[in-house]
Design a protein around this ligand. Structure first.
Ligand code: NAI
Ligand SMILES: O=C(O)/C=C/C=C(\O)C(=O)O
Length: 486
């Protein structure tokens, strides 16, 4: 059984009040780890360590030295690739191929890309006229914002945590990370990496625990934290925003979604089916960018539903490392209960259950895991709860549509605005649609195809701010203007 401690000032420490909590495996609900729950005093100690590093060795490094260290972090993650894959598989129960090809390589990339960005992105300068004709030069310099609170979720723990830590460190900040209580493993492993490559003590700190009245709230309400970056549920974002208002700290939020997938009759049919299958069911549907509302142009509606059903019924449930398995459980019993309550609600609302709707039959210890079937519904109005509310499970509702105006109106009729995926061979229409759908990220004939230089974030209740490439620099640095009279 793993013992996970907090990582403060370069040292793994148990909680000062000795409290610990259990971590269970999603595949069979066995207790697989004991986690130190950070106290208020631990968080305070971590904030002080982060501040001291900022004012000490870390703050004195040149940009080139910092960049070299971040490259070393990425290389060390790659050298310990199998450890990270194993830890994340154990934590989330998700298949090995997803860890190996998406989530863990992305963690390493998150350090490299922002090391490159900080090195290569210029700041602005202006030559300014003055009344005496001598002129002035204005130029901007970037300064780290300070101690950054990083609050991250459980669905892609390493990817989403490093997506914040990478740019924060590249910009010269120090961080205080609170991974989700459901998935603390890789944040702890990253502490070992930081020590190994020589990141100064206090730059990267991890405190474990829960949200309210625990490590999450202790971070967001701590006056020594200069800015907060959060990924998680919209209602948690609301609570964090209130906490951040004290001291008027800056926030960057990536939150929920109820994303639409749109398939036109002229789409490459097989590619569209595969694309929507991935977007609805990857990671057992626990992807903020995932598609829970699918709209298919009427002439191909029945054929599309049949094809997606066949793919959903082809998944192989099992442990991440089981040969031949390609489908994992939900993260927790609590989340399984939530998702199954929506499966029940869909039936009560009159849905046609095309496939799924329950729990697969699992053998032996696996029968105790948080499994649910990939589920497809049709026949519901746009007002149905399962069509409006984020479920965050492997399920989607499919409706037919007859016109572009109709589908744009339906796609936009939500409080969220994170992403959409559009499938068509008519690129003129695709570009037009991209301008009309109110989301932060539109994929055309693709989904979750990421270029880390691009702006990432949501409109409406899906987020505040953009991260990625230069946009991350806007959040993780203060731009200061210097005016020189010539
Ligand atoms: N827009 C995006 O990029 C993404 C959004 N998400 C969203 O995340 C959600 C799933 O993740 P969860 O971990 O369930 O989200 P959550 O909001 O329950 O928890 C996220 C983190 O916030 C912490 N937390 C909870 N209450 C807090 C409080 N009052 N103060 C400070 N910290 C607090 C939790 O302990 C956890 O570390 C979904 O809604 C999903 O859409 C997930 C991934 C990406
Ligand atoms: O690519 C990103 O930066 C964000 C990805 C989000 C997920 O992987 C997720 O929500 O699962």
């Amino acid at each position: 059984m793993r013992q996970i401690d907090n990582f403060i000032n370069g040292v793994f420490l148990p909680a000062s009040h000795s409290r610990r909590f259990e971590k269970r495996s999603p595949v069979d609900n066995r207790v697989i780890a004991s986690i130190a729950e950070a106290s208020h005093a631990d968080v305070d100690m971590a904030v002080k360590a982060a501040r001291a590093a900022l004012n000490g060795e870390w703050g004195r490094l040149t940009q080139d030295q910092r960049v070299d260290l971040l490259y070393a972090v990425a290389d060390e993650i790659t050298r310990r690739f199998d450890d990270f894959v194993d830890a994340e598989m154990e934590d989330t129960g998700q298949p090995e191929h997803v860890m190996k090809h998406v989530f863990i390589p992305r963690g390493a990339a998150n350090f490299k890309i922002f090391a490159d960005v900080i090195k290569n992105v210029p700041t602005e300068s202006f030559m300014t006229d003055t009344p005496d004709g001598r002129g002035a030069l204005n130029y901007a310099i970037r300064k780290p914002k300070g101690v950054i609170g990083v609050i991250s979720p459980w669905n892609a723990p390493f990817l989403l945590m490093t997506w914040k830590v990478g740019p924060a460190l590249a910009c010269g900040n120090t961080v205080l990370v609170k991974p989700s209580e459901e998935t603390p493993f890789t944040a702890a492993l990253l502490g070992e990496v930081m020590n190994k490559v020589g990141i100064p003590a206090g730059v990267y700190n991890v405190v474990n625990g829960f949200g309210p009245d625990s490590a999450g709230e202790f971070i967001t309400s701590h006056p020594g934290v200069d800015a907060i970056t959060f990924t998680g549920e919209t209602r948690t974002g609301t609570a964090i925003m209130k906490a951040a208002a004290t001291g008027t700290r800056d926030v960057s939020f990536e939150m929920g979604g109820k994303n639409a997938g749109i398939v036109f009759a002229d789409a490459d049919f097989d590619e569209a089916v595969n694309g929507i299958f991935r977007s609805a069911f990857l990671n057992t549907g626990q992807v903020c960018l995932g598609t829970e509302r699918v709209y298919v142009e009427r002439p191909i509606f029945d054929k599309f539903v049949t094809a997606l059903k066949a793919k959903a019924e082809g998944v192989k449930f099992g442990r991440p490392s089981d040969h031949g398995s390609n489908y994992g459980p939900l993260i927790s019993r609590e989340h399984q209960t939530k998702v199954l309550s929506y499966y029940q609600k869909a039936v009560e609302e009159g849905a046609t259950v095309v496939t799924g709707g329950g729990v697969p039959e699992m053998q032996g210890e696996l029968a105790e895991g948080n499994w649910v079937q990939p589920t497809i519904w049709t026949g519901l109005p746009e007002t149905a709860a399962v069509v409006r509310e984020e479920i965050f499970g492997p399920c989607c509702h499919i409706s037919p549509f007859d016109s572009e105006d109709e589908v744009v109106a339906k796609a936009n009729d939500t409080e969220y605005g994170l992403s959409t995926t559009i499938w068509t061979t008519n690129l003129t229409r695709a570009h037009r649609m991209a301008g009309r759908i109110d989301v932060g990220i539109t994929w055309i004939n693709s989904w979750f195809l990421r270029d880390l230089r691009t702006a990432f974030g949501g409109t409406k209740q899906s987020g505040i701010g953009r991260e990625g490439g230069v946009h991350s620099l806007e959040f993780y640095t203060e731009l200061r203007n210097v005016c020189v009279k010539l």
